[in-house]
Design a protein around this ligand. Structure first.
Ligand code: SAM
Length: 321
């Protein structure tokens, strides 16, 4: 059916992201020792694509590290939880685990097909298998959990909130832990009532939490419309775009879902003002780059927005600056 074709195209966006991130790794934009295991055929991307992924990955890494480094009023670092929605082949857990700074629980959710493939790669790759404590349990899912915590990889269709909650329960998610929810380039593929339900549930369920989303914005100017046409020609309807025309709307969808503090920046601002300037200078020398006009236009059409619920002030300094 056409629904199935669309879902396949949506899952395909993960392969695209993974190959692009590996292209960055191979050219020296950022390090990732694990991505290579998830790519069958590597391919070098254009400089403008590499630089865009560099900005996105650097910003997410900064926010994840900020969250993990957060200490309470006594100066000690409480146990934490990360939940990645539409995780794809993201290697965040393996990177943290290899540096021994993983949170108590790290839970990843994606379509069953993506989860099965990811679990298969993990189970067959010694380096990855060693970083994951628990053997695959059922249907290719990893259920690290129990008292000691760990890594979980579970399958659900994010459009189905009940299924999503059930999957997180199989992963033994803990609503009492300070939690960081990641949705990197995911909500745009969900119908807006579906993503709103998810955002609302997370805002209610976790009492101390932040959620970070990477989304498209300004989709209704001439450049944005052409970007969307290009994406949809690959077979993915961008259902989540309808209600979110600009950065302000991305923030207010978080607020109206119950996230008390919400902020956001477009990716051009993030690249220019929020990343480590020494590192930005370093990557500027990696490839010849002269597409400034297109770069500024593209980067003005993506954003990172985040919402924070934090009655005890644990995450008061969490954010991009
Ligand atoms: N977050 C990863 C990253 O940024 O590298 C992957 C991003 S990829 C563009 C979008 C991911 O969201 C894919 O892995 C896709 O399978 C997942 N996804 C989209 N819609 C979904 C749904 N309804 N249920 C579960 N996963 C979904």
């Amino acid at each position: 059916s056409s629904q199935k074709t669309c879902d396949r195209a949506v899952r395909g966006t993960n392969d695209d992201a993974t190959v692009s991130k590996l292209s960055c790794v191979q050219l020296g934009y950022f390090e990732d020792d694990f991505l290579k295991y998830f790519v069958r055929r590597a391919s070098k991307r254009a400089p403008i694509i590499n630089r865009g992924y560099y900005a996105r990955v650097s910003a997410f890494r900064t926010l994840v590290q900020q969250f993990l480094d957060t200490t309470d009023e006594t100066g000690s670092n409480p146990e934490k939880q990360i939940i990645s929605l539409g995780c794809g082949f993201d290697t965040g857990f393996f990177q943290l685990k290899a540096r021994q700074c993983e949170p108590k629980r790290y839970i990843e959710v994606d379509f069953p097909e993506v989860v099965a493939k990811k679990a298969d790669v993990i189970a067959n790759e010694e380096v990855l298998r060693q970083l994951v404590k628990f053997p695959p349990v059922q249907d290719g899912e990893f259920h690290g959990g129990g008292e000691e915590g760990g890594y979980s990889l579970v399958a659900a269709d994010l459009r189905d909130l009940d299924a999503c909650i059930k999957a997180l329960s199989r992963a033994n998610y803990d609503p009492s832990l300070p939690t960081l929810v990641l949705a990197e380039c995911v909500l745009v593929y969900l119908p807006s009532d579906g993503s709103q339900a998810l955002l609302q549930w997370a805002a209610k369920e976790f009492s101390q939490a932040a959620i970070v989303i990477y989304e498209m914005i300004n989709a209704h100017d001439a450049f944005g419309e052409q970007m969307i046409i290009n994406l949809e020609m690959r077979g993915c309807p961008l259902l989540g775009l309808a209600g979110t025309p600009d950065l302000e709307a991305q923030r207010s969808r978080l607020t109206s879902a119950g996230w008390k503090r919400s902020e956001g920046c477009d990716m051009r601002t993030i690249y220019e003002n929020c990343l480590d300037p020494v590192d930005v200078r370093r990557i500027s020398r990696l490839e010849l780059f002269d597409e400034f006009e297109e770069w500024n236009l593209i980067m003005a059409h993506y954003c990172i927005a985040y919402g924070v619920n934090d009655p005890q002030g644990l995450l008061a300094s969490f954010g991009l600056r």
